[in-house]
Design a protein around this ligand. Structure first.
Ligand code: ASP
Length: 587
């Protein structure tokens, strides 16, 4: 038997018991002939004391032991002498007095320290030795948290009548707006499987198959540009339900997350229950983004009416071009330095603004680039509408509505970070509904689906399909949290005629439709039930609950930011023989 107890589970109540432990040396210290090993396993760390009264051969063996060696230790648990307890350790009231030490495996000096989060090497080094990195308490905790979250989801959904069904990884292109990863077929020269960008089509086909309520902890594969915090493969809680309307799906998911939060992350507070629900239009107007961070105020305020007759040229020309004037009020920021304001103007420009007029409200009056153009009554009305007080900074965006919103939405987050306005322990879940059905791609001058092409339009908007596609709304919804999109979903098209129309509007030829989606259209001819679902992203959720800055910290073996697995060194070249079998030739 390797062990009787786990290191991390020992408490004062175990005092007097003989225990056998197995684990890694987290840290070794020597004090006046006594050696202390902090022995670590997944459950935690406990102090082992090696007294000099052990047999000499054992003391000789122990002398060589270094950090990260794997030991088996038999000893007696005892309460630490008074004053020697370590309140920072969960096992801090006990120690194990060793009677026998067995080296199960020595270790080379690890490339970085496991017993601290300080002095970590660059991320590639951590990823190359991920199996060592994962030993760090923090990452171990993240893996355990991830497991708890997924288990909670499974149990909750099982309770609600869902069944977990696996769908194939080798399938056919399933569009979610990214490029596909392809798998060449050896048996069918020149033909390829595609890895699913999501199980979207398959879960819909499961509804046609009468499975009623499906879920899967599903891996999705999307070959996207590696901007930001993305992974080529990521995990979703994919779910689908039959005979439901929008709010049935939202209530189910809201119920799951609301119940889960206190169980898996008790230190997190829910911002609001029930969750707020915004239309896409409203959320853009108020927060300048479709994934608002609701943990703080600073909403966008439309002041077009107040400044309609402004003498300020910048405002005038924006209004003449059909634009709007909006602002946000940053608290305690009137004294920002010229340099900071210049930097902020650059941020505004990165969102498409031409500049960033501002007014600093000080005890001596208003100051700022636009101050001299403001009439007394304009200032008074502005202060009244925005609730601005002494010490505040008003930042304007005057432009086409979309650019003004985007600019102020971006600046709002900049102030959030600078002024530390958002409570880290708050989870501000919300719903965004009533998305536009189509997005117009200016580059290709074509309509694209805003979500995916299986999303149901609002039935009352069907007549606008041909006349005014831009005004058609969809039965799609997003779940957002703290400025992230954490899930999206929709009620689906289950009628063949509407689905066909959708594909045609997206510019697909009848032949293409048949080739790519013939199986879906055909399935809809065999009694497809009304259905809908959604797919919360698991990586991001765990990241938020674990207080981590990016999703790589909560994925066991992530790719690095350049899409490489630096541990196994993948992607990598393959044998010419394999290429030949797959009928692949490089020119
Ligand atoms: N398949 C969608 C996605 O991956 C989610 C859904 O509509 O259920 O975003």
């Amino acid at each position: 038997m390797y062990r009787t107890h786990l290191c991390g589970e020992l408490r004062a109540s175990h005092a007097g018991q003989t225990v056998t432990l197995a684990g890694w040396v987290n840290r070794r210290r020597d004090h006046g002939g006594v050696a202390f090993f902090d022995l670590r396993d997944r459950a935690g760390i406990v102090q082992v004391t090696i007294n000099p009264d052990l047999p000499t051969e054992m003391l000789d063996l122990v002398a060589d032991v270094r950090n990260e060696w794997v030991l088996q230790i038999e000893g007696v648990a005892q309460k630490r002498p008074e004053g020697m307890e370590n309140p920072k350790m969960e096992t801090g009231e006990v120690e194990v007095i060793a009677r026998n030490v067995i080296v199960l495996n020595p270790s080379r000096t690890p490339p970085f320290m496991v017993n601290t989060d300080n002095d970590l090497p660059d991320e590639n080094m951590r990823l190359k030795y991920r199996y060592i990195d994962l030993r760090r308490e923090r990452l171990t905790r993240n893996m355990v948290l991830r497991h708890k979250i997924v288990k909670y989801m499974r149990d909750y959904l099982d309770e609600k009548g869902f069944i977990e069904i696996e769908t194939p990884i080798m399938f056919k292109a399933t569009p979610e707006g990214a490029r596909d990863y392809l798998v060449p077929s050896r048996i069918y020269p020149g033909q390829f499987y595609a890895l699913p960008q999501s199980p979207q089509q398959l879960k819909q086909l499961l509804m046609v198959a009468g499975m009623d309520r499906y879920f899967q902890i599903a891996r999705c594969f999307r070959d996207e540009d590696l901007r930001g915090d993305r992974q080529p493969e990521f995990t979703q809680l994919d779910l689908e339900m039959s005979f439901v309307q929008r709010d049935d799906v939202l209530d189910l998911v809201e119920g799951l997350f609301t119940a889960m939060l206190p169980e898996v992350a008790p230190h997190k507070k829910l911002f609001s229950s029930p969750w707020p629900k915004f239309s896409y239009k409203e959320v853009l107007e108020r927060f300048g983004t479709d994934k608002p961070d609701l943990r703080f105020g600073m909403e966008l305020i439309d002041v077009t009416d107040i400044l309609a007759k402004s003498e300020f040229k910048v405002f005038q020309s924006a209004l003449e071009a059909g634009g709007v004037i909006k602002c946000i009020v940053a608290p305690k920021s009137a004294e920002m330095s010229r340099k900071e304001l210049d930097a902020l103007t650059e941020v505004a420009k990165s969102f498409g603004a031409k500049g960033m007029p501002y007014l600093a409200v000080t005890a001596e009056g208003v100051k700022g680039s636009a101050a001299k153009f403001f009439k007394e009554e304009e200032l008074a009305a502005l202060k009244e509408k925005t609730g601005t007080g002494v010490g505040d900074l008003i930042v304007f965006a005057s432009d086409a509505r979309a650019i003004a919103n985007k600019t102020l939405g971006g600046l709002r987050l900049w102030f959030r970070d600078k002024l530390d306005l958002a409570d880290k322990n708050m989870m501000a879940f919300a719903w965004v509904v009533d998305f536009p059905f189509f997005a117009f791609n200016e580059e290709t001058q074509t309509w694209e689906s805003e979500h995916h092409p299986f999303t149901m339009p609002k039935m009352e908007d069907l007549p606008k399909f041909d006349t005014d596609p831009g005004a058609v709304l969809s039965d799609a919804y997003d779940m957002v949290c703290n400025g992230y999109e954490t899930a999206s979903g929709s009620i689906r098209i289950h009628r063949r005629d509407i689905q066909m129309k959708m594909f045609q509007l997206l510019g697909l030829s009848d032949e293409d439709i048949q080739k790519k989606f013939g199986h879906m259209l055909e399935a809809f001819e065999y009694g497809a039930p009304p259905h809908g679902g959604m797919a919360p992203g698991i990586d991001r959720l765990v990241m938020l609950l674990a207080d981590e800055p990016n999703i790589r910290e909560v994925i066991a073996f992530p790719k690095n930011q350049n899409g490489r697995d630096v541990m196994a060194d993948a992607p990598s070249e393959v044998e010419p023989k394999q290429l030949k079998e797959l009928h692949i030739k490089f020119s």
